[in-house]
Write a protein that binds this ligand. Structure first.
Ligand SMILES: [Ca+2]
Ligand SMILES: [Ca+2]
Ligand SMILES: [Ca+2]
Length: 595
């Protein structure tokens, strides 16, 4: 999930050719690679021989994600290759999975996992995370106490670019004036939860505080391995430190949603004031502000924590709409006669994608309660004369417990450069569902900017952050995900206005270099650091009061008032309160003038 290697190769490319760092209108790391890809005309016509039953996977098991069914059906010697291409963690002969289990069945399920040679590593809200021998998947899935076995959803960093160092956001948000007035975040605790903090030790006392608290919630890893995987979290921590130089920092490493719940519990136990997450999840919830992340965030807020999170970078990599099949061939039509949504720059051309490029594609649809509308996701490659199926996701949607209305493909291209595209096939369905297609960091030719938030960003009890460039006039970043959220159950209407605020991207950190940190990832820790200053000045505030304070002072951009691109507007702290008038500052003044 974390494209560390890709990021590193970009750095090398930039150094070698000496090009200027990314500017406001440029896209993030992976997209800059896209820009180097040649383009070709989109082939017309699609004549796929579509099997009614899935053939590209092992026979579908109604209680297993199709990638796990494929792994179970693969001979032992070939499993590591299958796991790698499907994005599964297979270590020491065991695969990391999540079991959906009814509350009363947890003990029995745990015992069954252990008897099968597996190990339960955590659980949250009816989902148990575990290591399991692949040979035992089918047996475990067949048990009555196990509703379903799924792939663990992993956090997607809202990173764009990986390229000394003080973020330009300090000046842009007027934080320097607060520092001068004595508000530096002293006495405040900020938890940065991320996929990795590579290189943090070398920045202690320079670009980070002298000491930080680290903890690793990734299964099978030690706390020392917080210093690994990616420097994405390190760059985020640098920004919080620039904004609130005396705040105490917690660097908490996670991979899955279960890990996230553990990190949040830990943050609560440490009396943290602010959580900052520059990541999203995909296909975990309907995107309507409900579900496991909503529960987690409300719990944190009830404990006095302001949780700031990234909107996501999916505005150009998202399509949504109602399934439509006018020619009756089972394939969705994005427009009249258009059944393949090719990867492309958005100008009616297709990318010629070289071998070795990673593609990740997901669909979800509005059937989270009944889960009896079965659709299929197809990845297609054009071989010069026709599109061929090179990947499919065939999860079961048969109305059984634990099943979800989602499909996902991870794929690494091979062979000569070619056009790739995405199709959606109706398998068994009696209504036209409302679909979301997300292809993180790979632009689609047919795209819908609205409702492109990642999961977690849709939650009411978090402060969701969009990205603007750090230089005046602070234009919106083209990738910054837009609201609104989905309506109830994943419906296309009836959602809430998100994001909540906009902050700065294309900023400088030691980790990524001058103006090298891009994405809603970079924007989020600016808000977290600003919140630490407000909590510092008004120490008995509730998280909602600090959020209101930031919203009130924000500079409105785009449509007047709170909108689905900038929220309340661009982060600006206003003038600092006097540090001497302590009584006055024991609570946040009600400054709601521009709401
Ligand atoms: Ca069709
Ligand atoms: Ca399906
Ligand atoms: Ca506005």
């Amino acid at each position: 999930m974390f494209r560390k290697l890709f990021a590193l190769s970009l750095i090398v490319t930039l150094l070698i050719v000496g090009v200027a760092p990314s500017t406001a209108d440029e896209a993030p790391a992976d997209w800059q690679a896209d820009l180097a890809w040649a383009e070709a005309a989109i082939p017309s016509g699609l004549d796929l021989a579509l099997p009614e039953e899935s053939t590209t996977r092992a026979a579908t098991n109604p209680k297993l994600d199709s990638a796990l069914a494929e792994l179970a059906g693969t001979p032992g010697g070939e499993r590591s290759g299958v796991a790698a291409s499907d994005g599964l963690r297979l270590e020491n002969g065991r695969v990391q999975v999540q079991l959906v289990v009814d509350e009363g069945d947890e003990a029995a399920a745990r015992q069954a996992v252990e008897q099968a040679g597996g190990e339960v590593t955590g659980s949250f809200a009816g989902v148990m995370q575990a290591w399991l021998p692949p040979d035992q998947l089918t047996t475990l899935a067949a048990l009555d106490v196990v509703d379903y076995i799924q792939m663990p959803p992993t956090a997607v960093p809202a990173e764009d670019d990986a390229l000394a160092a003080m973020t330009e956001g300090v000046a842009a948000a007027n934080a320097a004036a607060w520092h001068t007035a004595g508000w530096r975040g002293q006495g405040r605790r900020v938890a940065i939860i991320d996929g990795g903090f590579q290189g943090y030790t070398s920045l202690l006392g320079v670009d980070l505080p002298q000491t930080v608290t680290v903890k690793n919630f990734v299964d099978g890893q030690t706390d020392a391995q917080v210093n690994g995987t990616t420097s994405h979290g390190t760059a985020c921590a640098e920004i919080v430190h620039d904004m609130a130089p005396m705040a105490q920092l917690y660097l908490l490493k996670i991979s899955t949603d279960i890990d996230l719940s553990e990190a949040v519990s830990y943050a609560i136990s440490q009396n943290v004031d602010i959580i900052s997450t520059s990541l999203t999840f995909i296909n975990v919830t309907p995107g309507d502000g409900t579900g496991r992340f909503a529960t987690l965030a409300q719990n944190a807020r009830n404990k006095g924590i302001l949780w700031v999170t990234a909107a996501g970078n999916y505005r150009e990599t998202h399509w949504s709409g109602t399934f439509k099949d006018t020619d009756g061939d089972g394939l969705h039509e994005y427009a009249s006669g258009v059944e393949v949504n090719v990867f492309g720059p958005g100008n009616g051309q297709a990318y010629l994608i070289p071998g070795g490029a990673s593609l990740s594609l997901s669909i979800r649809w509005d059937d989270w309660t009944a889960v009896n509308q079965d659709y299929r996701l197809l990845l297609l490659r054009h071989d010069g004369s026709a599109f061929q199926i090179v990947g499919s996701s065939d999860n079961p949607q048969k109305g059984m417990p634990g099943q979800r209305p989602t499909e996902r493909i991870s794929y690494v291209t091979s062979g000569s450069a070619a056009i790739y595209g995405v199709a959606v096939q109706r398998m068994s369905s009696n209504r036209d569902v409302y679909l979301h297609l997300l292809t993180p960091n790979r632009k689609l030719d047919r795209r819908i900017p609205s409702m492109s938030l990642g999961n977690l960003a849709d939650v009411p009890a978090v402060l969701t952050t969009a990205a603007v460039d750090a230089k005046s006039p602070f234009p919106r970043e083209a990738y910054s995900s837009e609201g609104p959220t989905n309506g109830p159950g994943g419906a296309p209407t009836g959602g809430a206005v998100k994001p909540d605020l906009a902050a700065f991207a294309n900023v400088s950190t030691r980790s990524y270099g001058t103006r090298g940190f891009n994405g809603t990832s970079a924007a989020t820790p600016h808000v977290a650091g600003a919140a630490a200053l407000v909590f510092n000045a008004y120490p008995v505030s509730l998280p909602g009061e600090v959020q209101d304070y930031l919203a009130t002072w924000a500079v409105d951009q785009g449509l007047a008032g709170k909108d689905t691109q900038f929220g309340y507007g661009r982060l600006l702290l206003g003038s600092p309160p006097s540090p001497w008038d302590y009584d006055y500052h024991s609570f946040v003044p009600s400054v709601m003038s521009n709401r």
